[in-house]
Design a protein around this ligand. Structure first.
Ligand code: BGC
Length: 776
């Protein structure tokens, strides 16, 4: 078979069975083995989705950190998301990455989902459109995207789901990105209707590769391949990570003994070669057809100049910030002093934890961003974090053998060590016995400081040569993902002197994770005193900005949330501050819904999601009105968890999110699609003809603005467009409805529902401004 001008069969014919099978398991954590004899380079993969981490799990080579996926979806702006994809391709090429393990296009089904921040939306159509733009942008830059986790994306569950709900809801975004031409795809760890996705021949071979004609590479989720024959026959192309796993010699034997046909192996190798060809990792080959030609790694993206990642991170953040309520206080006019309150105001939560983590070169906090624009008085108020922040560093990690000899040394930006079992290239894993982290800390204040070590296993901690801890932290439960993402922490209280350089050394036997953090906190006056100080500062300033955030302990990959409350005493803080000064703006720094019990007491609520590295700069742009908050909710925001119609369930009759709220007859705090700008709009006229809907809107305010015009068919989102207009200007937008908007899955196929359909245009799912009908 030929693709472009490469004869993959000829290359395949040069490989014996052993070489072909070896290619199907990772060479290590992040790459497939090279085969120089046929001109095949190592194919390198990396997470995704907010930046490209590269092969190292640490800050050696910083990455641009963009806002998280919920934020990207909140822009409702496919052109912007395509530019994001182009930037990610540029980052990937800079880091030698060929496959970006992103975007995550599983749906928000329950507000309690721990990985909610890493997915786009509760709506299958919005997810598909944003996902397709992301994939197209990445691939325009010559890098493969691998949307994940096919099909329903639960980490461990066996998801029981009807064919109708599967087709109309869960699979719809995947179908969209495959039709957009994705070169890769990752299957999930979970099972669907009793079969693990890694072995799910019906969905992978049948639907994905067969019905949709997917010709790309199906990558397993990490460690999800657990069987030899079933996974090989189930349609998964490569087992990650490697080099060990259930394939290798066992798969070779299965082929020799006729349990797995050799054609199955050949098809997978062809898929690897095709992908390698598309991303420029196959050298013997002729160049691919022009539309699939990658830019050379390290070069400019095809068809465009280099993208300024810092500027784009800031632009995306402002476009994603979602103004939920505003009594007119925003944008600020002639503000004197600002009381800035909250732990996250000084240290923003710019990204969610887990595989999405990257290490940015800089982080602009709200304190820094607002401080450059106005007179700011900062007060902590309360600190909801249950873990101490890493000692600021710089630090050095030494890799020691059993005799204590140094095998290698590495600089670290902070006292945070994360090798996740992948040691630096010059460290011989067989000789490695321990890792020793050394740093110097010079406090600003004298008193009883807190030091901590967070990690799993044994640690010896010395300060100025004195042992202050020597013992084991002990595992916190037996879930390895949780142990890695949220490890136990041991605290040590000790006196430190202002201006004195204290030497802190932590030694840890090299274990599977090679991951630990040395934390620190200054002596503090106690929570009640901090709260009282914040209230006093709030009362003395013209306006108050409180930044309220979730913490990694309550919102992260690896576990679901127990409730939707802001952690710690943050609600109490907002009530108290708003009582002291009604001109209070609350900035909500969370990746997914939280309850806002004080919403009626404050002047404005601005949702910043996990805003990426330019958090504070973007916040200043929006609060001072240099940019409009452009976001609209990609997911319904419940008032209280107990109101949510779906808390931990799969779609019933193909319905989740706002459709389930509509059916329940209850109103959420804010509907899907809601978000205010800084101007006002009138919805003037609608015309629907066949699959084309035209809507006219006018900017009725006194400043230029952007509006997300949303079109719903029979109550479900079916089209949207971002328009811009000057004060008094009217604009016309045309939205093309997708075929699926008028179809249902019935008796094994898509059926167009004949009759009269209601087409509405409006500002959110429950705010129809204009209505028309189409007859099919
Ligand atoms: C996650 C994937 C990720 C992979 C590699 C898995 O645990 O589910 O989303 O791409 O790890 O980090």
């Amino acid at each position: 078979m030929k693709t472009g001008v490469v004869d993959f069969d000829a290359l395949l014919a040069r490989l014996d069975l052993g070489a072909k099978v070896r290619l199907l398991t990772g060479a290590g954590r992040w790459s497939l083995p090279p085969l120089p004899e046929i001109g095949l380079d190592r194919v390198v993969m990396s997470d995704g989705p907010i930046g490209v981490r590269g092969e190292q799990w640490r800050a050696v080579d910083p990455s641009i950190a963009l806002p998280s996926p919920t934020a990207l979806a909140a822009t409702w702006d496919v052109d912007l998301v395509r530019r994001v994809g182009r930037l990610l391709a540029q980052e990937a090429r800079r880091k030698g990455v060929h496959v970006l393990l992103a975007p995550t296009i599983n749906l928000h089904r329950s507000p309690l989902g721990g990985r909610h921040f890493a997915c786009f939306s509760e709506d299958a159509y919005l997810t598909g459109e944003i996902g397709a733009a992301y994939v197209e942008g990445v691939q325009e830059g010559g890098v493969a995207a691998a949307p994940k986790h096919f099909a329903t994306g639960h980490a461990t569950a066996d998801v029981r789901v009807s064919e109708k709900a599967l087709r109309e809801v869960c699979l719809r975004p995947f179908e969209r990105v495959v039709r957009a031409g994705a070169w890769g795809l990752m299957t999930a760890c979970d099972s669907v209707n009793g079969t693990t996705m890694t072995e799910h021949a019906e969905l992978v071979n049948g639907v994905l590769k067969g019905e949709w004609g997917f010709d790309g590479l199906v990558v397993s989720d990490w460690t999800a391949v657990r069987t030899t024959e079933a996974a090989a026959l189930g349609g998964t192309d490569v087992a990650m990570p490697g080099p060990h796993g259930p394939w290798g010699e066992r798969l070779e034997a299965a082929v020799r003994e006729g349990r797995v046909p050799e054609s199955v192996v050949d098809d997978r190798v062809r898929r690897i070669l095709r992908l390698a060809h598309r991303v420029g990792a196959l050298h013997d080959a002729e160049p691919p057809p022009v539309e699939e030609q990658p830019a050379a790694h390290g070069a400019e993206p095809r068809g465009g100049p280099a993208i300024d990642g810092v500027a784009l991170a800031r632009e995306v953040a402002t476009r994603a910030f979602t103004l939920l309520a505003n009594d007119g206080i925003l944008p600020f006019q002639e503000v004197g002093t600002i009381a800035l309150i909250g732990a996250a105001a000084a240290e923003a939560r710019i990204m969610g934890g887990g595989s999405a983590q990257v290490f940015p070169g800089r982080i602009v906090s709200p304190l820094q961003g607002l401080g450059e624009r106005a007179e700011v008085r900062y007060a902590l108020g309360t600190d909801p974090r249950t873990r101490l922040s890493p000692l600021p560093g710089p630090a050095t990690a030494a890799f020691l053998d059993a005799d204590g000899a140094v095998l290698s040394e590495q600089p670290l930006a902070t006292a945070e060590a994360r090798w996740t079992g992948q040691w630096p290239p010059d460290v011989d894993g067989d000789r490695l016995a321990a890792v020793r982290l050394r740093t110097t800390y010079t406090p600003d204040v004298s008193g009883e400081h807190q030091l901590s070590v967070a990690g799993v296993g044994d640690f010896a901690v010395t300060v100025d040569g004195e042992t202050v801890f020597d013992g084991s932290t002990g595992p916190d439960g037996d879930d390895p993902a949780r142990a890695f993402l949220s490890p136990p922490e041991r605290r040590i209280s000790l006196p430190m002197a202002a201006g004195h350089a204290h030497e802190v050394v932590v030694t840890h036997p090299a274990g599977a994770f090679g991951s630990f953090t040395v934390g620190h906190a200054n002596p503090g006056p106690g929570e009640d005193a901090l709260m009282a100080e914040a209230v006093r500062v709030a009362a003395e300033c013209d306006v108050v900005v409180v930044v309220a955030a979730t913490t990694p302990e309550v919102e992260s990959e690896g576990f679901d949330r127990a409730d939707l409350r802001l952690p710690g005493r943050q609600d109490e803080l907002v009530h108290a501050v708003a009582a002291a000064n009604p001109r209070t703006v609350v900035v909500v720094n969370a990746g997914s819904p939280v309850e806002l019990p004080w919403a009626e007491e404050v002047a404005a609520v601005l949702l910043t999601w996990f805003p990426g590295q330019e958090a504070g700069a973007a916040l200043a742009d929006v609060l001072f009105g240099d940019a409009e908050p452009g976001g609209r909710l990609p997911t319904t925001w419940p008032r209280r968890l107990r109101d949510a119609p779906v808390v931990d369930a799969m779609p019933v009759d193909g319905v989740i999110g706002y459709r389930a709220w509509e059916r329940s007859g209850r109103a959420p705090a804010f509907w899907f699609g809601h978000g205010l700008g800084y101007t006002t709009w009138s919805y003037d006229s609608i015309a629907a003809e066949g699959m084309t809907v035209t809507v006219a809107v006018t900017n009725t305010g006194d400043r230029p603005g952007r509006e997300v015009v949303q079109v719903y068919v029979d109550g479900a989102l079916a089209g949207f467009d971002v328009v811009e207009a000057a004060p008094g200007e009217s604009v016309l937008t045309t939205v093309f409805l997708p075929e699926r908007a008028l179809q249902v899955w019935q008796e094994g196929g898509w059926r167009t529902v004949e009759g009269v359909h209601t087409v509405e245009a409006g500002r959110h799912a429950a705010d129809p401004r204009l209505s028309a009908t189409v007859k099919i």
